[in-house]
Design a protein around this ligand. Structure first.
Ligand SMILES: NC(=O)c1ccc[n+]([C@@H]2O[C@H](COP(=O)([O-])OP(=O)(O)OC[C@H]3O[C@@H](n4cnc5c(N)ncnc54)[C@H](O)[C@@H]3O)[C@@H](O)[C@H]2O)c1
Length: 362
């Protein structure tokens, strides 16, 4: 049977484990899969664009497991009481093709994105980083804040969103972390002033300039999460021009990331080179670093792998009758044989009834 893990199952698992621990462990799974980079089938995700958003399929596989995620991005959704980003995914056995796990991935995506952001920052940001700005305070933002607090030792977070209610929600949700100082800024400029790390995680289908060159200070690390689609960027091109830019999978990020604004030969480093030690993180305390995050299938693979382990550990999830279980694997028809003969019998009965003259009906 296929294991099915729904939204309340994931919420229960995360509450039992504690979100900070889940994020850190998720980062460990992602890092381990990035170490095995060469073993994965890799491709840019398949995107179906419309005027208001995008629907994407994100597949990848190694020798033993195959995964895909279905995910959308519709920045206007929140006006219809739907999240901007919604997702589900499958983990399957490569040796048979059997789907082992079907899972919700809206929560899981927020967790894996935050884990990936913090993992990248752990290699790129200055070790002394304590202050972070978060521009865009929607669904992803709590996860980002908690990931950087847990994994990077961030102590102070400054928030800015064009919707002040979103910032107030984030501030309320972070009140559970007493050693985290959280303030709401009046502008993006005010939020980033003196910050060691800036996370941009806005949703707007436009070439926005959330960060302009004059807002960037020497040594800053920029975690650019919201620019993840053609025509949807967050950084002024000159911010990228003067920074060390790290990406997940270059062929996908050239299309979707903030670097879509740059010439095709603009130099970038794939993150796996840093994980493997082939390339260093930042070269100096003054260097500006950018993680141009778009979300890569390998991270969802890691997320599903981790969730499967957590589901087993906590005994959470359901058995889903998704694939036929057959006594004779060549006899799929056996599943419908009874109903089919009953259908034929019914058909014959109704034909006989129609053939009777009205007088035959009593
Ligand atoms: N890179 C990745 O792996 C990854 C993963 C998940 C989501 N995302 C992207 O992250 C972004 C945020 O996702 P979410 O689920 O939090 O969306 P959301 O709609 O819940 O929140 C987005 C917030 O951005 C704010 N915003 C929009 N324009 C702004 C601006 N100019 N300045 C300040 N704030 C602004 C909105 O008011 C909203 O509160 C989306 O663009 C999504 O596509 C990327």
């Amino acid at each position: 049977m296929t294991q099915y893990i729904d939204v309340s199952d994931v919420a229960e698992i995360v509450q039992r484990e504690g979100l900070p621990r889940v994020i850190s462990a998720m980062a460990g799974y992602i890092e381990s899969d990035y170490r095995d980079w060469e073993k994965f089938d890799k491709s840019a995700r398949v995107a179906s664009h419309s005027a208001v958003g995008v629907i994407e399929l994100m597949p990848t596989a190694n020798e033993t497991l195959y995964a895909f995620k279905y995910v959308n991005g519709h920045p206007q959704n929140t006006f219809s009481a739907l999240p901007t980003v919604m997702a589900f995914g499958v983990l399957a056995d490569v040796s048979t093709g059997f789907p082992l796990l079907l899972s919700e991935m809206t929560l899981l995506t927020a967790i894996r994105t935050a884990a990936m952001s913090a993992l990248a920052a752990s290699r790129l940001a200055r070790k002394s980083s304590r202050v972070m700005a978060i521009i865009g305070n929607g669904c992803q933002s709590e996860f980002q804040a908690i990931a950087f607090h847990t994994m990077l030792g961030i102590r102070e977070i400054r928030l800015f969103d064009t919707d002040r209610a979103a910032s107030e929600k984030l501030q309320r949700n972070l009140a559970a972390f007493p050693d985290l100082e959280v303030t709401i800024a009046l502008s993006a400029e005010q939020a980033v002033l003196g910050a060691d790390i800036v996370t941009t995680v806005t949703a707007d289908k436009t070439n926005a300039t959330i960060l302009r060159p004059e807002m960037v200070e020497a040594g800053m690390h920029i975690n650019a999460v919201g620019g993840d689609c053609p025509g949807k960027t967050e950084l002024h091109p000159d911010v990228l021009l003067h920074a060390r830019v790290v990406v997940e999978y270059e062929p996908q990020t050239r299309i979707e990331g903030d670097i879509q604004q740059m010439p095709a030969d603009f130099p970038v480093t794939e993150f796996h080179h840093i994980v493997s030690g082939q390339q260093q993180g930042r070269s100096s305390e003054q260097q500006v670093t950018v993680f141009d995050s778009v979300g890569f299938a390998l991270e969802d693979f890691s997320a599903l792998r981790y969730l499967r382990d957590l589901g087993e550990k906590h005994g959470v999830g359901h058995q889903l009758n998704l694939i036929p279980s057959l006594d004779n694997p060549k006899d799929l028809y056996s599943l419908v044989r009874h109903e089919a003969s009953a259908g034929v019998a019914l058909d014959k009965a109704s034909q006989a009834s129609e053939a009777m003259s009205p007088a035959d009906h009593v």
